[in-house]
Design a protein around this ligand. Structure first.
Ligand code: FAD
Ligand code: EPU
Length: 338
């Protein structure tokens, strides 16, 4: 384990923002991590935990220690006729793990195919896509408290999962390093094709017999047609969360904007696609020097080359204000702004 000084973070964030970390260290085990947390040189430093850097926007150099989680390993804890409990190192790549599950015929994460990043960051914001969230297969996670190095296990209830939310983005923000995640996967998978586009894509692909592999292939196809590949264009997926309004507000909005889309949630609330709101404000496909709003997905801000995190943050704030002015709706960033 080596602590490096003044390291460029450009290869470590999918926006491709070129900032430096004062100190940088990758750890591969819990014991590495314990040594790092008690290391004299790092004790007083501000700390940032880094996975794949696919949900981060760096707006300036990081004046502290960046700790990159490289804890690997996939092990089976137990199984019965229906389920298998798998414990995964937080530094494992999420999509590679999904493919491993598909290979083994373990169902539950196939709708979450091709989401960038690490397994450890997945519960942070309860990753979700195409009708599934990680909380549905989540059993528990192990984490180390930064302040005192003590390990703690969090159950599903402890994590307080919500839409793109968990305790680690709220009350416990910046306090824990997730080291291992245990998921309960299904040996007799139930296929989730509730998200309309999956059914259509399976049809187009000529799939007659559903399987977790077929669902994964369909999800990958949809994602590749909509979302920019971070290896080609810098981005962090959806920059904002989709806002929720209550029934009365939604009816009021419909009077002024009859075409506004909304998906009904329990409790008579409606989720409105932020992409639609942003597109209606005229942002879709616009560029501002090296940065812009993606041409196929208005919710994705992009860095075509030398853009700065500050410029992307300013653009995001202008977008947020324009949506508030036109619709009276506050949209909140999903991306972690550092
Ligand atoms: P990072 O960006 O490295 O970190 C994110 C946050 O988690 C930071 O605050 C970091 O400090 C913290 N963190 C990271 N690892 C740990 C750890 N081990 N312990 C404690 N804290 C940690 N997300 C979705 O939910 N659904 C999608 O469909 C989706 N699509 C995307 C598509 C693209 C093209 C991109 C670029 C992103 C997309 N995302 C999506 C967002 C992103 O992939 C997820 O949020 C992912 O879980 C982030 O993982 P990461 O390892 O890159 O996290
Ligand atoms: N739409 C527009 N303009 C656009 C794009 C979309 O008006 O440019 C409207 C359309 O009405 C469309 C609707 O928005 O039907 C929803 O679009 P899409 O299916 O692309 O999903 P999204 O709401 O934009 C969410 C997640 C994605 C996830 C997809 C699929 C959030 C913030 N984003 O996007 O997650 O992959 O659904 O489930 O919830 C991420 O979190 O980074 C992410 C990419």
């Amino acid at each position: 384990m080596k602590i490096e000084k003044s390291i460029s973070l450009q290869p470590y964030n999918t926006f491709g923002i070129d900032v430096n970390a004062k100190l940088f260290c990758a750890f591969e085990s819990e014991s590495d991590l314990s040594s790092l947390l008690t290391h004299e040189a790092c004790k007083e430093e501000k700390k940032l935990i880094l996975g794949g850097g696919s949900n981060l926007l760096f707006t300036s150099d990081f004046d502290g220690l960046v700790m990159k989680n490289d804890i690997r390993g996939i092990e089976t804890l137990k199984e019965d006729d229906d389920h298998i409990w798998v414990r995964v190192g937080a530094g494992e790549n999420w999509h590679e793990f999904v493919l491993y599950c598909i290979q083994n015929q373990w169902g539950g994460v196939e709708n979450l195919s091709l989401i960038p990043g690490t397994v450890g960051a997945a519960p942070m914001q309860n990753i979700g896509a195409y009708g599934v969230e990680i909380k549905e297969v989540f059993e528990s996670l192990e984490a180390i408290q930064i302040e005192d190095g003590i390990s703690k296990t969090f159950s599903k209830e402890d994590c307080q999962f919500g839409y793109r939310e968990s305790i680690f983005k709220k009350k416990a923000k910046g306090q824990f390093i997730i080291t291992r995640v245990t998921l309960r996967l299904s040996k007799k998978p139930e296929f989730n094709t509730s998200y309309g586009a999956i059914g259509e894509t399976l049809n187009d692909m000529g799939i007659r017999h559903l399987s977790i592999k077929a669902i994964s292939d369909a999800v990958i196809k949809i994602r590749q047609s909509k979302l920019p590949d971070p290896d080609e264009i810098g981005n962090a997926g959806s920059f904002f969360k989709n806002p929720t309004v209550d029934y009365i507000d939604f009816e009021g909005l419909r009077v002024h904007f009859p075409k506004i889309p909304g998906y009904e949630l329990p409790g008579k609330n409606f989720k409105i696609p932020a992409a639609w709101l942003i597109e209606q404000c005229g942002w879709k496909g616009r560029t501002f020097g090296p940065i812009g709003v993606h041409k196929n997905q208005a919710l994705v801000l992009v860095n075509y080359g030398q853009g700065t995190g500050g410029a992307i943050k300013n653009l995001a704030m202008e977008i947020k204000e324009s949506v508030a002015r036109k619709f009276g709706i506050e949209i909140e960033p999903e991306v972690n702004i550092v």
